[in-house]
Design a protein around this ligand. Structure first.
Ligand code: HPA
Length: 276
C-alpha cells in the first residue's frame, strides 16, 4: 500500500481507539488563537504525541492536540497547533492532520492563520476572508503516487474556497459588525519573513496576504472533496510596507490582541455552517 496512506490509516486507527466522536467541521487554529478551545464545550482532547506516527509541532505558541467538542450544537474537531513545512516535515506530513480530520468525519475544513498584509488597503489587525490562493511556491502535497482512496490524480481547483461558506462568513461578520476584508492568500515556505522585493513580487502576482501555511492544507482537503473556508488575521503589514522589522513575537502579539474578535467571528461562522 502507498506509504503515505498507510501512515494516515495508522493514525486514524490510533485516534479511533482513543476517541469516539464524529465531527462535522474541522478547524485549524492559527497563531494567537491557541486558546479558542476554552470557549467551546469540550468532549475530549487527544495529544498529537498519543497518535502513533503523527508529526509533532515545535513552534512556540502552538500546542499540539486535537480537541473534540461542540461550537453551539455543531460537532467540531479543532487542531490546536498545526504542522508547518518550515519545521522540516514532508508536505505529506504537513497535510496529514487535515486528511485525518476528514477520515474522522469532518466534511468542512475551516482554516485560520496569521499573515502579512500586502494589499495597500489592509491594516494590521484586519481580518481577510480567503477567496482564493497561490500555492505554487511550495511543493504540492499531492506529489507522488496518487492516493485513489482520497481523491483523483488531477483535482480541479476552480473553487477551493466554497462560495456558500464564504456567504455564511460574510453574513456572520456583518451581523457581528466585524469589518471583513477579502482576498488571495499566498503561501511561501518561510521560516524567514519575506524581503521587500519578495513582497512586491507577491503583490504583482495577485496576492493580498502572505504567510507560511494553509494553502497546502487547502490543496489536500480539496483533493479529498472537503468544503473549505478560511480567514486570515493580518497581524502585520508585510515587509517593506512599513519601516518596522518583523519578529515572530510581534506577529504573535498582534494576532493575540485581535483574537477575541476573531474567535467571535469563527464561532458565529461555524454555527451558521452547522445550520446549513
Ligand atoms: N509573512 C509571512 N508570514 C507571516 C507574516 C508575514 O509578514 N505575518 C504573519 N505570518
Amino acid at each position: 500500500m502507498n506509504q503515505v496512506y498507510e501512515k494516515l490509516l495508522k493514525c486514524y486507527e490510533s485516534v479511533k481507539e482513543k476517541v469516539d466522536f464524529k465531527p462535522e467541521v474541522a478547524l485549524i487554529l492559527g497563531s494567537g488563537l491557541g486558546d479558542y478551545a476554552d470557549t467551546i464545550q469540550v468532549e475530549a482532547t487527544l495529544g498529537y504525541h498519543e497518535i502513533e506516527g503523527f508529526p509533532v509541532s515545535t513552534v512556540v505558541g502552538h500546542k499540539g492536540q486535537f480537541i473534540f467538542g461542540y461550537v453551539g450544537k455543531v460537532p467540531v474537531v479543532i487542531m490546536q497547533g498545526r504542522v508547518h513545512y518550515y519545521e522540516g516535515y514532508s508536505m505529506q506530513d504537513v497535510v496529514l492532520p487535515a486528511r485525518l480530520m476528514k477520515l474522522m468525519g469532518a466534511k468542512t475544513l475551516f482554516l485560520t492563520n496569521a499573515s502579512g498584509g500586502i494589499n495597500r488597503e489592509f491594516s494590521a489587525g484586519d481580518f481577510m476572508m480567503i477567496t482564493d490562493q497561490i500555492a505554487s511556491f511550495v511543493p504540492s502535497p499531492l506529489i507522488g503516487e496518487n492516493i485513489e482512496e482520497l481523491g483523483t490524480r488531477f483535482p480541479d481547483m476552480s473553487h477551493i474556497y466554497d462560495k456558500d461558506l464564504q456567504d455564511m462568513i460574510r453574513g456572520a461578520a456583518k451581523d457581528l459588525s466585524i469589518p471583513l476584508k477579502e482576498g488571495v492568500y499566498l503561501q511561501l515556505t518561510g521560516p524567514a519573513f519575506e524581503s521587500p522585493a519578495e513582497v512586491r513580487m507577491c503583490g504583482i502576482l495577485g496576492a493580498d496576504a502572505v504567510g507560511m501555511s494553509t494553502a497546502c492544507e487547502a490543496v489536500a482537503a480539496n483533493h479529498m472533496g472537503m468544503k473549505i473556508c478560511g480567514i486570515s488575521c493580518i497581524s502585520n503589514l508585510a515587509c517593506g510596507l512599513t519601516d518596522n522589522p518583523l519578529s515572530h513575537e510581534e506577529v504573535f502579539e498582534a494576532a493575540t490582541k485581535v483574537a477575541p474578535l476573531f474567535k467571535k467571528l469563527i464561532t458565529e461562522s461555524i454555527i451558521r455552517i452547522g445550520d446549513r
